[in-house]
Design a binder for this molecule. Structure first.
Ligand code: EPZ
Length: 418
């Protein structure tokens, strides 16, 4: 298995190109199954989760063709409406194909995803949303077996909490339901709004995506479409921390300040300067880092996907930081590994107290999930000596050419192939 070798101490300077958003790409690839016409997606990040999702739709019979800067999915001839446990086990986002298959064919059998490193991650809200639209849903031998008699019917869908995936499931299902669907307590993440923009290009009629109330007019007439996905705000936030933690300055090309307000607020509270440039935004830190309290929340609150990265940053700050994780029940898998580098943190349930001022020292560390693994890389950038990060497949799920992008900004980093 590949590993990363990092020698800490370099201040990062230069520009990083932010890739397309993984969490926008995954539902858009699934949405292609709704339409008998081709969907051309540009700005897909070259990460393994996207490759996996393209394989999933191909397993269902869609034709996936690649060009230099675009991927076209033609789901004209779908053969299978079943997604196996082995497929879903590998990536829980595969559950996003449930709604398109059900909405288009009136039937779908998708394996229940297992849990993962950050929590049980049930899909009860996805199932309740589909039931509200008239689907019959049973769980048989670990499979979600969904069917409709005569198609879905528009309804009011009230989500118990603003789940990103459940909002996307409800929105995709509603596109073929008879009549109007109102989704209340919808997730407001930019990736939800980007999915709505993609569905609209495909012929859907959706209002209010990006707010807590989304209206979908059903009985869509599909058409061939092309969509350019939004840049990855979590990747941008990760490189912002890389600039801040090393005391350097990076321009994040393509990053959008408007999607990162809570992240910028947290950076500025910690003594980091952020300003817009005509290519994106610039992040710089030349004074001392200050501790700050952070609570993860659904968008537009501070993103849970940047919690691990900010913990590494807080470890190097003067003073303490209290970090509360409210979105997932066990998203502190990075803590034991960060402690091996010398991070001083204590956990109380879903709250971490980080005592700053650490002098980190390099060590062998183990990646456990996507964002935990990148927090180890960030800590390695400022750890004395050599840090080896193992199990890079976690990192490759969501970061395109991370080692190359960091090396271009002056990091002493190299990928060691097994
Ligand atoms: C999406 O996951 C993202 N993944 C996650 O990014 C991100 O952390 C999360 O949203 C929150 O922003 C993709 O978009 C592919 P949720 P999702 O449904 O949709 C509970 C990364 O690192 N819940 O908003 O699964 C759930 O357990 C990944 O890129 C239910 O209880 O997140 C969690 O505690 C990690 N029942 C909370 O809601 C449900 O039916 C938020 O989950 C659905 C969710």
């Amino acid at each position: 298995m590949d590993r990363l070798r990092i020698v800490g101490g370099q201040r990062l300077q230069g520009a990083v190109t932010i890739s397309g958003a993984k969490n926008a790409a995954l539902p858009q690839i699934a949405a292609a199954l709704l339409s008998p016409y081709p969907l051309e997606l540009t700005n897909l990040p070259q990460v393994s989760d996207v490759e996996n999702m393209l394989n999933v739709v191909a397993l269902h019979g869609a034709e996936v063709s690649r060009a230099a800067h675009s991927t076209t999915i033609d789901a004209r001839a779908i053969l299978s409406k079943e997604t196996s446990y082995d497929t879903v086990r590998r990536m829980r986002a595969t559950v996003l194909v449930l709604a398109p298959l059900l909405a288009r064919f009136g039937e779908a059998r998708v394996s229940l995803p297992g849990g993962c490193a950050i929590g049980a991650r049930p899909v009860d809200m996805h199932i309740k949303a589909l039931a509200a639209l008239g689907a019959e849903i049973d769980i048989e031998n670990g499979l979600i077996v969904a069917s409709t008699n005569g198609g879905l019917t528009g309804a009011r869908v009230v989500l118990p909490s603003p789940s990103v995936g459940a909002t996307e499931t409800a929105m995709m299902a509603a596109t073929t339901a008879k009549g109007e669907t109102e989704i209340l307590n919808a997730a407001r993440e930019p990736e939800v709004a980007d999915l709505a923009a993609c569905l609209t290009a495909m012929g859907a009629r959706i209002e209010g995506a990006g707010t807590h109330r989304i209206l979908v007019e059903g009985s869509t007439t599909w058409q061939p479409a092309k969509h350019h996905g939004i840049p990855d705000r979590i990747e941008a936030g990760t490189y912002a921390v890389a600039a801040a933690i090393t005391g350097g300055m990076l321009e994040l090309t393509n990053a959008r300040l408007e999607n990162m307000a809570s992240v910028v607020q947290a950076l500025e509270a910690m003594g980091v300067s952020v300003w817009p440039s005509d290519r994106g935004l610039v992040v710089s830190r030349d004074g001392p880092l200050k501790g700050a309290d952070l609570t993860t929340e659904p968008y537009p609150g501070f993103p849970t996907d940047l919690q691990a990265q900010f913990m590494a940053l807080a470890a190097c700050a003067e003073g303490a930081s209290l970090i509360r994780e409210t979105v997932f029940e066990s998203r502190f898998m990075h803590v034991p590994e960060l402690m091996r580098l010398g991070v001083n943190v204590s956990l109380q349930g879903t709250t971490a107290l980080v005592r700053g001022g650490a002098k980190l020292k390099g060590a062998q560390v183990m990646a456990t999930d996507l964002r935990a693994s990148v927090s180890l890389v960030l800590a390695g950038l400022v750890s004395e000596g050599e840090t080896i990060v193992n199990r890079l497949y976690h990192l490759d799920r969501g970061y395109e050419q991370l080692d190359r992008k960091l090396k271009l900004c002056g990091a002493d980093i190299e990928r060691l192939s097994a």
